[in-house]
Ligand binder design. Structure first.
Ligand code: ADP
Ligand code: ZN
Length: 295
């Protein structure tokens, strides 16, 4: 078996794992502080692993927006993040010293790859991975590959038709009432005046949230035609009933236009993650594997 190193860089923590094949053998969690300290500690962890048993490649799944196109001059850089100190950070430079192939994608694309390969989307060639938490991130696997292009999918920042009569302005610092501005944890807090976790699942205040999320799900069905949409994150997992309600609204929103989409289909299409917290790190291992395979 070959060893690989995988890193998931999130807004609050960095998770580094070592895997023998696809089996996780080691895991270290480091709080995300400033770039120098955070990446420096990750390098130290990997150095210890590499000295004991060399790994063949490193995969990194990062919060975005991040330049993942190897042909770009700023390949590996974090772009316009509101996260203090991180804009312009080169994520790859600190890891070049290991002299092994490096692969980089978004944290959610990595998670989508892992859920499609070995999680809730096993056997699905086309899949969306949504995390609804502090923000909303969306990863996309199409025809078995993570989608990347000029940049990468940013599904949380799309805007949709608002629920009738809803005057909530939304909290996204860029767009106000994009999906993240309406349905993320901080958006719920602003809308309800309290943490979403304190609002009972059967409270009618969830109706409007479900209606907003349904817009995203319906449009993903139209744009991507996924075989599964995996919904995780603090809100996604903590408010399964709201997510199920949103899924149930999709057939009506589509007005029968997509013939396969009825409420039974939506029940099996929208699923929780199977890999939990491991989805991102394991996805990074898949990126590392692919980097070796593709040279
Ligand atoms: P992150 O997105 O930072 O990785 P999480 O996915 O855990 O972290 O999401 C954290 C967000 O989810 C917080 O805004 C929190 O208020 C919200 N949250 C956590 N649990 C629940 C719940 N049961 N219901 C609604 N919102 C929740
Ligand atoms: Zn936005």
């Amino acid at each position: 078996m070959t060893y690989y190193a995988g890193i998931e860089l999130g807004g609050t923590k960095l998770v580094a794992i070592r895997a023998n094949g696809r089996t996780i053998t080691d895991r270290v969690t480091i709080p995300t502080t400033d770039p120098g300290e955070t990446l420096g500690r990750a390098v130290d962890v990997l150095r210890g692993w590499h000295d004991a048993q060399p790994f063949a490649a490193i995969g990194i799944g990062s919060f975005g927006p991040v330049r993942i196109d190897p042909a770009a001059p700023d390949y590996g850089s974090i772009l316009s993040t509101p996260k203090a100190g991180w804009a312009g950070t080169d994520l790859l430079a600190p890891f070049k010293r290991f002299e092994v192939p490096l692969a980089l994608d978004t944290d959610v694309n990595a998670a989508a790859l892992a859920e499609a390969a070995m999680g809730a989307g096993r056997g699905c060639d086309t899949l969306v991975y949504l995390t609804i938490g502090t923000g909303i991130g969306g990863g996309l696997v199409a025809a078995g590959k993570a989608v990347r292009g000029m940049l990468h999918p940013e599904l949380g920042h799309m805007t949709f038709r608002r629920a009738a009569g809803d005057g909530f302005a939304g909290v996204c610092p860029f767009h106000g009432d994009c999906m993240e501005g309406l349905v993320s944890g901080p958006a719920l807090k602003a809308r309800f005046g309290m943490d979403g976790a304190s609002v009972p699942p059967d409270d009618t205040r969830w109706d409007i949230v479900a209606s907003d999320l349904a817009q995203l799900l319906a449009n993903l069905m139209l744009a991507v035609s996924p075989r599964r949409i995996v919904v995780g994150g603090g809100v996604g997992l903590g408010q399964r009933q709201m997510v199920r309600r949103a899924a149930a609204m999709v057939p009506d929103l589509l007005s029968g236009y997509l013939p396969d989409i009825d409420s039974a289909a939506m029940e099996t299409l929208i699923v929780p993650p199977d890999l939990g917290e491991d989805a991102g790190p394991l996805g990074s291992i898949l990126l590392a594997e692919a980097a070796v395979r593709n040279g």
